[in-house]
Design a protein around this ligand. Structure first.
Ligand SMILES: Nc1ncnc2c1ncn2[C@@H]1O[C@H](COP(=O)(O)OP(=O)(O)O)[C@@H](O)[C@H]1O
Ligand SMILES: [Mg+2]
Length: 151
């Protein structure tokens, strides 16, 4: 199943994030794909806000730290693997260990490391012209989340 949602405005992204956040559970993996500027970080931030990360906590792009951790309704790791070259480096970031311990993972540029991240991913591929997101799933759990989104 593929679900495509138009995201012409930031508000549209926030609405989608609220619906998706309500479906997320411990151990879920969300991969954020698409070109620079497509809105991956913006969607991750909207998801974190919808999960309860308050305005007093800044949500910035993890471009340099690679992984930021948040405690909200779920434990969440927000990662950006743009600069990561090998699966071994991904292993060292401890994302799979965090996932196994119950964290949800929001990973920009993570699709090429889906295996190292434990698979069963909900992949959100953002596009710029026009702004939209195509959502796909690669396992039982992510398919359940996707079905929830499309219903
Ligand atoms: N749905 C949207 N409509 C309009 N602008 C958006 C939308 N989503 C994100 N943006 C804006 O696009 C810019 C780039 O977003 P960002 O999330 O940093 O992209 P990425 O992480 O994919 O490189 C930001 O200024 C952000 O506010
Ligand atoms: Mg980004």
């Amino acid at each position: 199943m593929k679900v495509v949602v138009a995201l012409p405005t930031r508000s549209a992204t926030i609405r989608l994030a609220r619906r998706l956040a309500a479906l997320l559970a411990p151990g879920d993996l969300v991969l954020l794909e698409g070109p620079l500027g497509a809105g991956k970080t913006y969607l991750a931030r909207a998801l974190l806000r919808a999960l309860g990360v308050g305005r007093d906590t800044r949500v910035t792009s993890p471009t340099f730290a690679l992984v930021h951790a948040y405690a909200a309704r779920l434990d969440v790791r927000h990662a950006d693997l743009y600069r990561v070259a090998s699966g071994h480096e991904v292993d060292e970031l401890g994302l799979l260990a965090a996932r196994d311990a119950g964290a949800a993972l929001l990973v920009e540029w993570g699709a090429r490391f889906a295996r190292e991240l434990g698979g069963d991913a909900l992949t959100a591929t953002l596009s710029l012209e026009p702004r939209a997101v195509a959502l796909g799933a690669s396992g039982d759990r992510s398919s359940l989340v996707l079905a929830g989104l499309s219903s």
